[in-house]
Design a protein around this ligand. Structure first.
Ligand code: RB5
Length: 164
């Protein structure tokens, strides 16, 4: 697979570890930076990874900042991106199976390299479970394009239910 990777300074060391790991696994790594531990702002790097994925130039993305949160929020601003912050193999697996995440986000200051490698392996191996999970992903896409959330039913939030 072609995988776009990006980080800020806080995520740089872990990004380097994971980029090398992805290459070892045989993936094509498209590194969007940053390239040092000099302080930079994470939004541009999250957006660059998100745009690579949304445009189809990359199959999946990997973002790393201090927590994974800021860079993930930035990546999620790109239409079509579903960036998920994960902390372990379980959240990495469920991010694919339930949320069809296409960008994996990790926190270089909160997750160790071994856990991060296992999370990446798991994320790449997991498959979207489809069914009701696919419907929910489509609902997210509908929100993103300004459309309605079409499946409001018994499980909808109270404020969204029709009242008799
Ligand atoms: C940088 O200090 C830090 O705020 C950033 O890497 C990230 O954790 C933000 O979400």
């Amino acid at each position: 697979m072609r995988i776009a990777v990006g980080s800020d300074h806080a995520g740089f060391p872990l990004k380097q570890v994971l980029a090398a790991y992805l290459a070892e696994l045989g993936h094509l790594v498209d590194d969007m930076g940053t390239d040092t531990e000099d302080p930079v702002d994470y939004p541009a790097y999250g957006a660059a990874v998100g745009e690579a994925v949304a445009s189809g130039r990359a199959d999946l993305g990997l973002c790393v900042c201090g927590t994974g949160i800021g860079i993930g929020i930035a990546a999620n601003k790109v239409r079509g991106v579903r960036a998920a912050v994960v902390h372990d193999v379980t959240t990495a697996r469920l991010a694919r199976e339930h949320n069809e995440a296409n960008v994996l986000c990790l926190g270089g200051r909160v997750v160790g390299a071994e856990v991060a490698r296992e999370a990446v392996t798991t994320f790449l191996a997991a498959e979207h479970a489809g069914g009701r999970h696919h419907r929910r992903v489509e609902e997210i896409a509908s929100i993103e394009s300004g459309g309605p959330v079409h499946a409001l039913g018994a499980s909808a939030p109270a404020s969204g239910r029709a009242r008799a």
